[in-house]
Design a protein around this ligand. Structure first.
Ligand code: ZN
Length: 211
């Protein structure tokens, strides 16, 4: 490949990331107190844990206008809670005593659409020789949350499925994690469900979950 391949920065993603980090470092160096700015970056004091979707439009720190160090964020397609995600939540609760977990779904969630078999043609991965993919396994987890049967009986089945997926994720966290369930029972931890609207930027909080 030659340098004249393209002038579009998006076509050279690693270069774009390097340049972005250079700008970030410049801003720290140019701040009134660079040492204090660097120390602030290194300080971890999260008051909430967010289990959100990996969708590029839903970065929790931006959506909640929060600074570095204040949110402990786990992102996985369609905000499902498997062993790794629940273990990560347990770690943050034990380490920092966070009193709140937010399971954050969003409108237009592609993972939920895939579980509903609504992805556009060509967006599904090609299965390997065994006939399965890791994405297929992930979709199985989302489908298990939805109990999806292919029947659409509500006005906005996609949004309804997003909300259901959030609520089921909360139920699973409470079902599978003894320490988290105990903390909720003692009133020391709340688990909230929320849906972010990519169309407007607004977060709708569903409920504080208990089993
Ligand atoms: Zn999503």
């Amino acid at each position: 490949m030659t340098d004249q391949a393209t002038s579009d920065p998006d076509a050279r993603p690693l270069d774009r990331l390097r340049a972005g980090n250079a700008r970030f470092l410049d801003r720290i160096a140019e701040s009134d107190d660079p040492d204090a700015a660097a120390a602030a970056l290194a300080a971890a004091d999260p008051y909430a844990i967010v289990l959100g979707c990996s969708d590029s439009r839903v970065p929790p720190e931006l959506v909640f206008d929060e600074s570095v160090g204040r949110l402990f964020v786990i992102r996985v397609a369609s905000n499902v809670a498997g062993n790794e995600e629940i273990g990560t939540i347990e770690y943050a609760v034990a380490r920092w005593g966070c009193p709140l977990v937010v399971v954050l779904g969003h409108t237009q969630c592609g993972g939920v659409a895939a579980a509903m078999e609504r992805l556009p043609a060509g967006a599904e991965p090609t299965p390997d020789a065994t006939g399965s993919t890791h994405l297929g396994m992930l979709l199985g987890s989302i489908r298990a949350n939805l109990g999806w049967t292919g029947h659409e009986t509500v006005n906005d089945p996609w949004l309804s499925a997003v909300r259901m997926n959030v609520r089921r994720t909360i139920e699973q966290i409470l079902l599978w994690s003894v320490p988290l369930r105990s903390r909720v029972g003692e009133g020391r931890l709340a688990i909230a469900g929320a849906v972010y609207a990519v169309e407007t930027g607004e977060v709708e909080f569903l409920e504080v979950g208990r089993s």
